[in-house]
Design a protein around this ligand. Sequence first.
Ligand code: AMP
Ligand code: MG
Length: 411
Amino acid sequence: MGCCDAPGLMPIEDALHSMLSRITPVNQTQQLPLAEALGFVLAEDVLSPIPVPPFDNSAMDGYSVRLADIVHNQPLPVVGKSFAGQPYAGEWPPMTCIRIMTGAQIPIGCDAVIMQEQAQVTEQGIRFAVTHVQPNTNIRPMGDDIGHNDLVLRKGARLTVRDIPMIATLGISHVSVLRKPKVAFFSTGDELKPLGEALSEGQIYDSNRYGIKPLLENFGCEAIDLGIIPDCPETLKATFHQAQQLADVVVTSGGVSVGEADYTKDILAELGEIGFWKLAIKPGKPFAFGRLENAWFCGLPGNPVSAMLTLYVLVQPMLAKLAGHSEWQAPLSIPARTKSTFKKSPGRTDYQRGIYHLENGQFVVESTGNQSSGAFRSMSLANCFVVLEQDRGRVEAGEIVNIQLFNACLS
Ligand code: AMP
Ligand code: MG
């Protein structure tokens, strides 16, 4: 153990490793219409059944020519048209040209398309303001973008807004995808009130479910909301039973600390097995991971910043693996210079909330202020985590720190 290790607390890297090493991806597949496949993970490689573009076509509005015909600088009469979707079908006599539009099929024998800005319409035909035209000018050749049978997307890619039109270009109407992992979640706590009701003495609104649900959906999961469960062991047990029937993963918030009403961990020990509990991370120390009879379990601390942070930092990679999203990448970390101090004592890895921007070509970062794990404003204002190493102490303004940029899931 190093000088600054916290006894009994597991380093975050070990926790992540332990979770990931136990997870195997879902394997049930389904065929989906392309338009419904956004956010799903491909179960098979996508190969192109056609070349793209499927035929040589014009990159410009202009005139389709044979280069041999324009060397004499004679006007060339127009014998016909090739429009997008309406190729020129007739004979093409020598010393003539064909009017052509962007995307239209290149007539057989054509060497180049001369754009209309370089052409002058005269009574004798089209006079071109250019003489030395390179072969294939303004021609987009068949297969220029994608060849027949090219590998376009790999199995394990999660379909983005950019992938869907890519697949449509290939004429593929349905894709084979993995089913999304199902995650059942609930908030625990006698003090929690649903929105729309007035608070009584000692109560607060349940905000965690409002972050957990969209975040799970952004991770590519089906999120099943089981509501607010009071701090009552019987009700909690019944809810765990129900949750593990419905889902691959059960996520709870609250009740994993060491308070007298923190039952979640004890129930987990009774219904399944605790993998680990208590990490060397701040906030988020009481995060718990384990296995129920039928599902994985992730116990998020109740404090709203801790709940969202642990879901993002620890549960996100695990769900990516479960989803079969083998191309998932951890959020980008870069060095930045601090513009404010960051309070810290050695012992745990801090994920403080920061706002970064570029200043004179360099990334700078400042604190969002109050870093209490209950002060959610620090999350709402932030665009990155300032990740301060376990051994590190207080950070002064001007020091270099690692910042982890929020990925699109937190947008
Ligand atoms: P716990 O982990 O249950 O000890 O809760 C830690 C702190 O987080 C307490 O101040 C709780 O009131 C608060 N908390 C727990 N669950 C929620 C929730 N769903 N929404 C907002 N705050 C919560
Ligand atoms: Mg509680």
